[in-house]
Design a protein. Structure first.
Length: 500
């Protein structure tokens, strides 16, 4: 049917979207350039068409609607979708952002530089981490689905699936598909898994650096042989992505840790849900319904910390894919240097020299009034916290000693997201802290103009550690307000103790 697609140029889909130019496709789908209305103006977009019988069309529309609810800076957004009939053929369509170029168009001319490959890898990892937390898998990571839109790298979103769904065409395998997707290889061979995304990412990574795919010999049941010319950490990442057994592969979080230069910690991989069951959703942060009296609060270890979001440590801002062989290398954006106050008590802190232009403000160590907070840049590495002696439950009486911040967890924010900021994005988070200094729960007091930055602040706030305030020499419950201020250059946080 691919010869027929181009003949549809000039047709109008659903009386709204003109098929301006055929961009490419397969026997089962086609993509055209179109226009959509954005407010008072028409903007360029892409529209995907697939033949769809009654049931098939409804299933695909349901998937597209779920995908349209996802939002990530490196994920191609879906706008409109529906069904229509053209020349007697029932079709389903989805309108999405139109990218200028994809990676498959670049690789025939040149391989990516190590710096460009790192930015590509970090962007795709961030998207996959987001999708996997939401219970989705991409299922089709390969160069043609990694695109440049403006100055950002973005990944396609029109074929996302819920983890554990059956493969559409188990016999129609590509070189990027995991070996377990072949029929009859493993008990879970016909379902989509996050481990399959990791395999595809490994194949894509090797191809972007060498312009060739690794050779996979399915009959020999061996891991692919990799070119030893690959630089580290790419060789190590590819080796752990392209393991034949899916349970042995690294997760996207482990890959991100390896890119930071640290050794990944083995993580148990959660098996996908059985067919027909509802995939487990990402645990939501615990929000405060009401603040009961201190005597009724439990001093048990905080629940919220145990279920805090695992944020990928990915801060690179991708650039537009360049096809010229003399294009300059693109370096990964660097994060603010960590500035973490010591968790131990100091009797006489030495006076700090005046900061230079390149230095960041640090939190003052001396005693300060609760109404005079000091902005603190978000740090990177966690500070170990020394456990305190068990504290009695009853609220004591006596003089109040104000609490302190022992460790601030930085919100993980992509540089590409920072580049979209005009001025300052402010987010206020209220956290309730137990007698040991751990955050029990957190809620947004003011989410600001961006859901992305609000989520980042809320997730990070739950990982803060405090030295609890004391009354009569004993630790007590407390409430803090964390005022996050995001700019293009950095993130600062103003902590204020509200109670007691």
């Amino acid at each position: 049917m691919s010869d027929t697609w181009k003949q549809w140029e000039g047709q109008i889909v659903d009386a709204t979207f003109p098929l301006l130019r055929y961009l490419g496709g397969t026997e089962h789908s086609a993509v055209f350039l179109t226009e959509r209305r954005d407010g008072d103006r028409l903007v360029r977009a892409a529209i995907k068409l697939i033949p769809a019988a009654s049931d098939e069309g409804e299933i695909q529309l349901s998937r597209w609607k779920q995908s349209a609810e996802l939002s990530h800076p490196h994920l191609i957004p879906l706008f409109e979708m529906g069904r229509f009939e053209l020349d007697g053929v029932q079709m389903a369509y989805a309108v999405m952002e139109c990218a200028e170029e994809n990676l498959a168009q670049v690789l025939p001319d040149r391989a990516l530089t190590p710096a460009e490959a790192r930015e590509m890898l970090e962007s795709v990892l961030d998207v996959l981490a987001y999708l996997h937390r939401k219970g989705f898998v991409h299922g089709h990571i390969k160069p043609v689905n990694i695109m440049a839109s403006g100055d950002q790298l973005k990944v396609s979103s029109d074929r996302l699936r819920r983890a554990g769904e059956l493969l559409d065409d188990a016999g129609d395998q590509s070189a990027y598909d995991a070996p377990e997707y072949a029929g009859g290889v493993l008990p879970m061979s016909q379902t989509m898994t996050s481990a399959g995304d990791v395999w595809s990412l490994g194949m894509t990574l090797v191809e972007t650096l060498t312009q060739k795919l690794p050779v996979v010999r399915t009959s020999e049941q061996q891991d692919p042989s990799l070119p030893q010319s690959l630089q580290e950490p790419f060789l190590d990442v590819a080796r752990h992505c392209l393991l034949r057994h899916p349970q042995a592969r690294w997760t996207v979080d482990q890959i991100a840790v390896r890119l930071e230069g640290r050794a990944p910690v083995p993580q148990p991989r959660i098996a996908p849900p059985a067919e027909g069951s509802t995939p487990a959703r990402e645990p939501k942060p615990v929000t405060q319904q009401s603040r009961p009296h201190a005597k009724r609060r439990s001093s048990a270890a905080p629940i919220a910390v145990g279920f805090a979001l695992l944020l990928a440590a990915i801060l690179a801002g991708p650039k537009l894919l360049r096809r010229h062989s003399d294009s300059p290398q693109v370096s990964s954006a660097t994060a603010d240097q960590p500035v973490i106050p010591s968790a131990t008590r100091q009797e006489a802190a030495p006076q700090q020299p005046p900061p230079t232009k390149s230095s960041r403000p640090i939190m003052a160590k001396e005693e300060r009034a609760p109404k005079a907070p000091v902005p603190v840049p978000a740090s990177i590495h966690p500070q170990p916290i020394h456990e305190e002696e068990p504290i009695g439950r009853n609220l004591p009486s006596g003089a109040v000693v104000h609490g302190e911040v022992l460790h601030q967890a930085p919100p993980e924010v992509l540089q590409s997201a920072r580049n979209s900021i005009r001025g300052t994005v402010k987010v206020r988070v209220k956290v309730n802290v137990d007698r040991s200094g751990n955050v029990e729960d957190a809620e947004l007091e003011s989410r600001g103009p961006s859901k992305y930055f609000a989520r980042a602040a809320l997730g990070a706030a739950q990982l803060w550690k405090f030295k609890p305030p004391k009354v009569g020499g004993q630790g007590v419950l407390s409430t803090w307000i964390l005022q996050y201020e995001f700019t293009r250059d950095q993130t600062t946080v103003v902590p204020t103790q509200e109670m007691p």
